[in-house]
Design a protein around this ligand. Structure first.
Ligand code: MLT
Length: 328
């Protein structure tokens, strides 16, 4: 029987799955100071989402008992996967479980932006009937630029094409044949993606290469006018990770009117402070990192991660180990 810490919550069925296999599940946050003082030494496994941070110093004091770290989700930027590999601890995730939910939220943000849905709703609640100033644009005939072209971006691309958009992508790791099969124009450099697209959605990981990849210079390249001649303005959506967009540059571009709308589900600092200037801008709307927050995605995430953890605890491996290549 293993002792498993679940620090950021998990679907009830997944907790039951672990318990029915005879494991002890300890639910509840462990604060950063306790983690740094070796609190993980009492566990065989830890399952986190994004709130719990597992940097190198926490992993270094976790002791010999900890044999698997699990991320109930996709992004592992809150875990030092190299430090875990050095300590011989596999890090597993659930890369497929939330794809459809994030696709749907991204499309929701795109549509909300171009039809001013959040702004119109705020006006209605203030007793305003602002019909004249709520003239929007269509997605049809516009160029959508996707930064990163993994599972989520491909899903977004397919829906966008069904809505009549032309899809472009920048993904330096993508085999050109994948872009071709998806009827997508693959850009060799991110600048040409920006200069061709009035709508940009982000779908890459956050790392040194992608930090502030969306900056003032690149935003300035966006054309603001679509192929059909409509001055639709420029629109930015991010349901991937905070930190990929330089939020100061984004706010400036909104203030100048060069960016017509920005919709973010993820922020450089989470929770984003309520007085952040970006949140006050009338052409901004956001959600609190809810891409994977659907009943369906959470059920799948929990099930996938419980199986991955149990595979490792049983002495096997999981196909979703993200640091296998770093282990000697
Ligand atoms: C993920 O990486 O799976 C998502 O950002 C969802 C989450 O962290 O809850």
């Amino acid at each position: 029987m293993a002792r498993i810490a679940v620090t950021d919550g998990m679907a009830e069925d997944a907790v039951l799955l672990l318990q029915q296999a005879g494991h002890e599940v300890v639910l509840g946050t462990i604060d950063a100071a306790d983690l740094a003082n070796g609190a993980l030494g009492d566990f065989d496994a830890i399952i986190v989402r994004s709130a719990t941070k597992l940097p190198a110093d926490v992993i270094a004091v976790s002791g010999d008992r900890l044999s698997v770290i699990a991320r109930a989700g996709v992004g592992v930027d809150n875990i030092d996967i190299q430090a875990a590999a050095t300590a011989g601890i596999p890090v597993v995730n659930a890369p497929r479980a939330s794809t459809q939910s994030v696709v749907e939220l991204t499309i929701g943000h795109l549509l909300s932006s171009i039809r001013h849905i959040p702004r119109a709703d705020r006006g209605l609640r203030d007793g305003k009937w602002e019909k004249k100033i709520m003239k929007g644009t269509e997605l049809s005939e516009k160029n959508l630029g996707l930064i990163g072209f993994g599972r989520i971006a491909q899903g977004v691309g397919a829906v966008a094409q069904a809505l009549g958009m032309t899809v472009h992508t920048y993904d330096p790791y993508l085999p050109p044949k994948v872009a071709k099969a998806q009827n997508t124009t693959l850009h060799k450099n991110v600048e040409t993606l920006f200069s061709n697209c009035t709508h940009i959605s982000i779908h890459c990981n956050l790392n040194d290469e992608t930090h502030h990849l969306v900056n003032a210079e690149r935003l300035a390249l966006m054309p603001g006018r679509s192929n059909d001649g409509i001055a639709c303005g420029n629109h930015i959506v991010n349901c991937a990770r905070g930190g990929i967009i330089d939020e100061v540059a984004l706010l400036e571009a909104l203030e100048q009117g060069h960016v017509a709308s920005a919709a973010l589900d993820v922020f450089e600092t989470e929770p984003v402070p309520a007085d952040a200037l970006l949140l006050q801008h009338e052409h901004f709307h956001g959600t609190p990192h809810i891409g994977a927050a659907t009943m369906e995605a959470q059920a799948r995430v929990g099930r996938d991660i419980a199986h991955a953890v149990m595979a490792v605890l049983d002495g096997g491996t999981s196909e979703t180990t993200v640091n296998a290549h770093l282990m000697s």
